[in-house]
Design a protein. Structure first.
Length: 76
């Protein structure tokens, strides 16, 4: 989903203000972007590897809750 022209303008204003307020943070973010490019990833792209572990954690948590509820119901 792309940004509207108004949203792009607002984002550019925020970036300019950030560059003036905290140049050290801007430098560190630029280093992170360079690292991502060096690894072959597009900036801002997480891919499936970033989401898969989270999905497994949710699956395991839901499974544990269901098992605990079943045990509680069966033992009472």
């Amino acid at each position: 989903m792309s940004l509207s022209p108004r949203e792009r303008r607002i984002l550019a204003e925020i970036e300019r203000a950030l560059e003036q307020d905290d140049p050290e943070l801007v430098r560190r973010v630029a280093e992170i972007d360079e690292t991502e490019w060096a690894r072959g990833a597009r900036p801002g792209a997480r891919g499936l590897r970033g989401r898969a572990p989270r999905a497994w954690v949710i699956y395991v948590a839901v499974t544990l809750v269901i098992v605990c509820l079943l045990i509680a119901v069966l033992t009472t």
